[in-house]
Ligand binder design. Sequence first.
Ligand code: WQD
Length: 337
Amino acid sequence: MRILVTGGTGYIGSHTVLSLQEAGHEVVAIDNLVNSSEESLRRVAGLSGKAAVFHRVDLVDESAIDAVFAAHPIDAVIHFAGLKAVGESVREPLRYYHNNLTGTLNLLRVMDRHGVRSIVFSSSATVYGEHNPSPYLEKMEIGANNPYGRTKEQIEDILTDLGAADSRWRIALLRYFNPVGAHPSGLIGEDPQGIPNNLVPFIAQVAVGRREKLMVFGGDYDTPDGTCQRDYIHVVDLAQGHVAALDFVAEKPGVFRWNLGSGKGSSVLEVLRSFEKAVGRPLPYEVTGRRPGDLPAFWADASLALADLGWSTTRTVDQMCEDHWRWQKNNPHGYNT
Ligand code: WQD
């Protein structure tokens, strides 16, 4: 099939473009490059031997999206494009609602006009909010506690209502846990602009000498080692989960939601130790105060994706850290290296 990948030059997007091409699909990628580089797709082409078509498009420009659908017969869409920093979303809610919601509404209107009604949406475990017990189950009530998470929740609602109103739609809502790692080639990986918000990219920048030390946000949580636990998932496992979801909705109309996670939690200190193993030396860190909004521990119940899609994670936290380190070591300044 010919798949449109929005946010296709991003971290998860570029890994998914590669998995799609390896599965025999043609890819048209669009991205506004606000938080990524087209270099990622050039490297993906080197790995797959096939060049994805790329158009620099901002989803808030509906006519630009329409031009892409007019130029390429699209069979299905994987929708990654969106702003995704929790803290930033609290400071700039209007920018997040406009970018993430307007962009998605534009995309869906253009899809409908062109008769393209298969979509895999990049949602997030953050929609489960702070009241659900772990492991999270897809059937649980959702309720995000920050603007970024609320955009994901509201897009899930939009897609759910669309699927209920028109049975021709085929919709997969994928709730990611914590994506980390990189393709084992070390050629593509996570390249956050500015100071990384997330744990593993920050540790990687400490290891490569760009940051002085890791600040561990809180060591007094009610967890085995006092630091927060999260469900980390290798980005290649995650990409393959998208291909599996795409194949599923290609056959079945309706709206489906799946957790994409490993089903187990790892603490901040456990991840740090694992990264030190990959690097081969201790890394400097300091335990500081808690980060506002952080939950002590959560992870996925991943059994539904296994039952429906035959998909589960295969790579360990150690492999995630080894692969992430290979990318960072080879590309100390990301794609601007
Ligand atoms: C993990 C743990 C931090 C940085 C977020 C979003 C979620 C998704 C993934 C988009 C926490 C601790 C972190 C640091 C630290 N993003 N930490 N020092 O918060 O679980 O999830 O990213 O979809 O929506 O909410 O991930 O990597 O930021 O933090 O101690 O410098 O690492 O306190 O316990 P999080 P994270």
